[in-house]
Design a protein around this ligand. Sequence first.
Ligand SMILES: Cc1cc2nc3c(=O)[nH]c(=O)nc-3n(C[C@H](O)[C@H](O)[C@H](O)COP(=O)(O)O)c2cc1C
Length: 153
Amino acid sequence: MSNTIVVYYSFSGNTRLIAEKITKSLNSEKFELIPDKKIDLDLLRDKEFFNSEAKCSKINDISKYKNIIIGSPVWARTISPPVKWFIEKIKDDYKGKVSFFCCHSGVIGDSFEFIEEKFTDRFLTKKGFYNPLTNLSSCFEEVDKWVNEFKTK
Ligand SMILES: Cc1cc2nc3c(=O)[nH]c(=O)nc-3n(C[C@H](O)[C@H](O)[C@H](O)COP(=O)(O)O)c2cc1C
């Protein structure tokens, strides 16, 4: 069993693509968060949604992994609600090391600060990927570099 798991949410495939690439490079495991209430375009038009809880009931037991890499799209200059829900869920009990990546279109906002604050003593490394589906080769090169950095931590 790998000692690392990649846990992510993806609406339109960018974060999934990076999560899969990281998983292959590290030979790790992965788990996609699926919100109980399906997120669709109507929900994304509702500003209230961004402050609401996006619960994802089906989650793996992550306590057995030494490392977790959490991935999220950036929405409204912060981490997406399903990933925020997951972070809140694990922050007090998970004892391993936490790394984070986000996929974005140029404005990361408070994404890094948000997660670093939650895991101060356990936070390892972070990375943003700019529109991966349209910048495939450069993002894949960046994943390789980041994975190597992660391995040395
Ligand atoms: C509702 C919504 C809000 C977004 N807000 C931001 C933002 O604040 N900053 C940014 O750089 N990109 C923003 N984006 C773009 C996404 O972060 C970007 O396309 C990301 O790669 C999507 O990841 P995904 O395909 O895994 O869902 C937003 C996209 C959506 C759908």
